[in-house]
Design a protein. Structure first.
Length: 219
């Protein structure tokens, strides 16, 4: 009996246009949103800083057009000067005096010390980034979630635990900047070959971007 081979179904013009539209949306959306956020940030800084610049030092006073990003440049220059002043002996003494003054204010001292520690950790070159990507059972046994190892635990928490524990950051989807700090026994974790960058992309895409075909980390 001869097998009847059905011809492949033709894709309608509507479906092709729909697929092209979705592809274009996926490509253009991240670029457009990034440009929009960047432009909004520059505009916000300009509107906040430009009024503080004396007219004699404001280039727009002598030009017939405005300069986008002038306020942002002013902020960068200010931070460079502030960092240079703080680096010398007089600046460090002035900074210590200011911190002692803030330390006497009950609520503000907690906010200041917390923010200072966060920024020092993020900006410092000696700060450790996420070293490994792991699977951890969360929120209950049988369900697994991607987490990032932020370091070995050497605090009081380790002293009160029987097993060796590590610090984990469990990000949320699709916003990985928020999440949970977990202390998990090392023996209960499954270490993955993907890099932290690949793990972050996997979390942000809610599993749509599969990192299996991407290059694995060394070691």
């Amino acid at each position: 009996m001869t097998e009847i081979i059905e011809p492949p179904k033709k894709v309608s013009l509507f479906h092709r246009l729909r697929n092209y539209f979705l592809t274009g949306l996926v490509v253009a959306s991240p670029i457009g949103i990034t440009i929009y956020i960047g432009w909004w940030f520059i505009t916000f800084v300009d509107e906040s800083v430009k009024p503080l610049i004396p007219n004699a030092y404001n280039p727009e006073t002598y030009l017939p057009f405005s300069i986008p990003g002038l306020g942002l440049v002013g902020v960068v220059v200010f931070l460079i000067i502030l960092g240079a002043l703080t680096a010398n002996l007089f600046g460090r003494a002035l900074l210590r005096f200011g911190e002692k003054f803030v330390d006497r204010m009950p609520v503000i001292r907690s906010v200041y010390s917390t923010l200072k520690q966060i920024f020092e950790t993020v900006i410092s070159q000696e700060a450790k980034s996420f070293s490994d990507v792991v699977l951890v059972e969360y929120p209950r046994p049988g369900l697994w979630a991607i987490a990032f190892v932020s370091g070995e635990n050497t605090s009081e928490i380790q002293g009160r635990m029987e097993d060796e524990v590590v610090n984990l950051f469990l990000p949320t989807t699709p916003n990985p900047t928020s999440g949970f700090l977990l202390f998990a026994p090392k023996k209960d974790l499954i270490y993955l070959d993907m890099t932290p960058d690949q793990g972050a992309k996997y979390v942000i895409s809610a599993g749509l971007v599969n990192p299996e075909d991407l290059p694995k980390k060394n070691g």
